[in-house]
Design a protein around this ligand. Structure first.
Ligand code: PMP
Length: 285
């Protein structure tokens, strides 16, 4: 069966799906997106992802193209039509189509596209059990990283630097020398004092939904944790490191640049944190 996409109110063949060349998403990256994970036929933390989508829209004064309660219907339909048991749903809303002009009118009708993709169990599990390498690179992004906007060029460049260095993820280094987050994930270490650390939530990072769920779980389990930024020296001294994101869950980091984390294998707590996350995340149909 061929894949199906939802494009501005219509379900269509993924390969033939089209948007207008003057869509402001294409012209200006004037839009936002959200990624919903499907795991064992369940959506993971659906409400939190939808809430974040609406926050991103509101911060950019983009109107929702469909009613809030209609999102679940279309997302579920894309999951069904694309036969996704494990995978992801990518949803994008842009300010809409208008003659190219930086400023915008409030009367533009926003655009929506939803696509789905199957991810095999092996792909989900490979990095989680083997760990990944990370390469650090300068954080070149704007000052509103809390908005999940389409403005992803710095993330594209960072991920390519990582890939060129044999890494799966880039950790972005802010002007102060501290890691902000990953190019598409939040960054964590278990420091030399056995305290789990991740950058505090502010406009320099995206408030990850996976990060939030893990923090909830850590609090329930009474695990020492601090929203505190860290730098390369802290990484050198770290006992463990990992990333969190909707599609990577809790994935151990075994090397940062040429620094081996622990003994260069996923740390002994990595699976514990993964388990805590899975118990804390909300799975729904
Ligand atoms: N930071 C950035 C820059 C991201 O792109 C992502 C992935 N959406 C995350 C963090 C992790 O967010 P989440 O856990 O909601 O996937």
């Amino acid at each position: 069966m061929s894949r199906v996409a939802f494009v501005n109110g219509k379900y269509c063949d993924f390969k033939k799906s089209k948007v207008h060349i003057e869509d402001r998403g294409y012209q200006f990256a004037d839009g936002v997106y959200e990624v919903f994970t499907v795991f064992d036929n369940n959506l993971v933390d659906y409400n939190a992802h939808l809430q974040r989508l609406f926050r991103s829209l509101s911060e950019l004064s983009i109107k929702t193209p469909i009613a809030k309660k209609a999102y679940l219907f279309h997302i579920q339909k894309i999951i069904k039509l694309n036969l996704i048991n494990n995978g992801l749903v990518y949803l994008q809303v842009t300010r809409g189509v208008a003659s190219r002009d930086f400023k915008y009118s409030d009367s533009i009708k926003s655009s929506i596209t939803i696509t789905g993709k199957i991810i095999s169990d092996d792909t989900f599990n490979h990095s989680v059990f083997n760990g990944i390498n990370v390469t650090t690179t300068k954080d070149l992004r704007w000052k509103r990283c809390d908005i999940k906007s389409l403005n992803l060029l710095p993330a594209v460049l960072a991920k390519q630097v990582a890939f060129n260095n044999g890494s799966k993820e880039a950790w972005l280094v802010g002007d102060d020398g501290f890691i902000t987050e990953g190019s598409s994930s939040n960054a964590w270490i278990l420091d030399k004092n056995n305290i789990l650390r991740t950058t505090p939530k502010n406009s320099n990072i995206l408030g990850g939904i996976t990060r939030e769920s893990l923090i909830r779980g850590l609090k329930t389990h009474g695990i020492k944790f601090k929203e505190s930024k860290f730098n390369l020296i802290d990484i050198k001294n770290a006992k463990e490191a990992f990333i969190t994101s909707a599609t990577t869950f809790v994935t151990p980091v075994i090397k940062v640049n040429n620094i081996k984390i622990g003994n260069g294998k996923p740390g002994k707590f990595a699976l514990v944190f993964l388990d805590i996350y899975k118990k804390s995340a909300i799975f729904s149909k």
